[in-house]
Design a protein around this ligand. Structure first.
Ligand code: SAH
Ligand code: SF4
Length: 393
């Protein structure tokens, strides 16, 4: 490999963020201590601050209220103060596409005019929202469409939480006053598997998940949140300790040689280093299995020997292996493995004692499937040649 320059850094090309809309403080995405501090700063007496924080929290995250005047348990003058200094702002929905299978893809505009996507996937008995953590991604996994996008910026905690809130708006999921609690949640699970590498935006992702997990508000349990990472090893223990959600790993190869090409961050933290960090995860987070994601690429990583190596590598780690048939995108340098190959691969894993579900591609007709996300306005696409040379192909 001559390609020492594959960007595996977390340095992002900074896009200036101009806020043309307002200079008010957005409450969405503030953690409880941040919210309280902001209220005190705005003149709330310290003694009242905790109570006000609780009241506002509930309006915003439990009831989904956007208008301070609707916060009827607050004095009128206080509501006016809030109105003058704060706002409750979500990313703006540019387009919403609904697939034949019910999957919904949202193109969202965030501050500064940049765009990200979120995908809602309804399933029997549950609904999963796939959220983005960055505009684009600094990593350049060679099979991933998002990785071909050149401009990158981290999303704020508010922009991450906002994705969940606006999808609840779209699905009409906020509770209604005086009506019985709806037990069946439409957005019952969150996966951090949209655009971006969540562990390169750790603080904002953690703060956003704290808001999402808070029992007085959106109230999703940490076991209903799955964070997917390409393997940012130093942040894995922190994820266990500070978020405690379920973990998925974009594994995709069973030798360093192949993984270096598919997931270039492997050149910094190789398979062995990654597996060492993963062995600690269940204990640190007190959670069950780790999901190993494995994209099936024809003649690249899909042999019987790969399947056997995979089960040997992860021995001792409570795991499930999620096989993802490769989703094609324009200019992609790979093909999906044949169906019989995927089934044979799954069978070897299953016989070794691991669950090996094959992920059915969802929303393919609207380019909403794994790895297909990329905002339509970001046209700074790399050429096929660039992608191939970065992948060492
Ligand atoms: N950056 C994080 C999370 C986003 S990617 C990560 O890499 O884990 C979510 C999942 O989709 C990852 O497992 C990723 O490897 C997979 N993926 C990316 N491109 C894909 C494609 N074209 N087909 C199928 N899966 C893909
Ligand atoms: Fe980034 Fe994940 Fe895509 Fe790799 S697979 S380029 S880490 S979004």
């Amino acid at each position: 490999m001559t390609d020492a320059s594959a960007p595996i850094t977390q340095d992002v090309l900074t896009i200036p963020r101009k806020d043309l809309q307002s200079d008010k403080i957005n409450l969405v995405g503030l953690t409880r201590p941040q919210l309280r501090a902001a209220l005190i700063e705005a003149g709330t007496p310290e003694k009242q601050a905790k109570m006000r924080e609780g009241q506002i929290w509930q309006w915003v995250y439990y009831w989904g209220v956007r208008d301070f005047h609707a916060m009827t348990n607050l004095a009128k003058a206080y509501r006016e103060m809030l109105e003058a200094k704060f706002e409750i702002r979500l990313p703006e929905v540019v387009t919403r596409q609904i697939s034949e299978d019910g999957t919904r893809k949202y193109l969202l505009r965030i501050q500064g005019g940049h765009e990200v996507e979120a995908v809602y996937i309804p399933e029997e008995g549950r609904g999963t929202l796939c959220v983005s953590s960055q505009v684009g991604c600094t990593l350049t996994c060679s099979f991933c469409h998002t990785g071909t996008q050149k401009l990158v910026r981290n999303l704020t905690a508010g922009e991450i939480v906002g994705q969940l809130m606006l999808v609840r708006d779209d699905l009409g999921e906020w509770p209604e006053q005086n009506s019985p609690k709806n037990e069946q949640r439409l957005v019952s699970n969150v996966v951090l598997m949209g655009m971006g590498e969540p562990l390169y935006n750790f603080d904002n992702v953690r703060d956003a998940m704290k808001v999402v997990m808070d029992g007085e508000g959106l109230s999703l349990s940490r076991r209903r949140i799955t964070l997917s990472t390409s393997g940012v090893v130093p942040e894995i223990a922190k994820t266990a300790e500070e978020i405690g959600c379920l973990l998925a790993i974009s594994f995709h190869a069973t030798t360093d040689e192949v993984r270096n090409k598919l997931v270039p961050i492997n050149k910094r933290w190789n398979i062995e280093t990654l597996l060492d960090a993963l062995r600690e995860y269940p204990r640190l987070s007190n959670s069950e299995r780790i999901t190993f994601e494995y994209v099936m690429l024809k003649d690249v990583n899909d042999t019987d020997a790969d399947a056997r190596r995979l089960v040997n590598l992860i021995k001792g780690i409570p795991a499930k292996i999620n096989l993802i048939p490769f989703n094609e995108w324009p200019g992609a340098p790979y093909q999906r493995s044949d169906w019989e190959r995927i089934e044979r691969f799954a069978d070897i894993i299953y016989k070794a004692g691991y669950a090996s579900p094959i992920r059915t591609p969802r929303g393919e007709d609207i380019m909403a499937a794994c790895g297909q996300l990329k905002s339509a306005t970001e046209r700074a696409r790399k050429s096929r040649k660039e992608i191939e040379s970065e992948a060492g192909l």
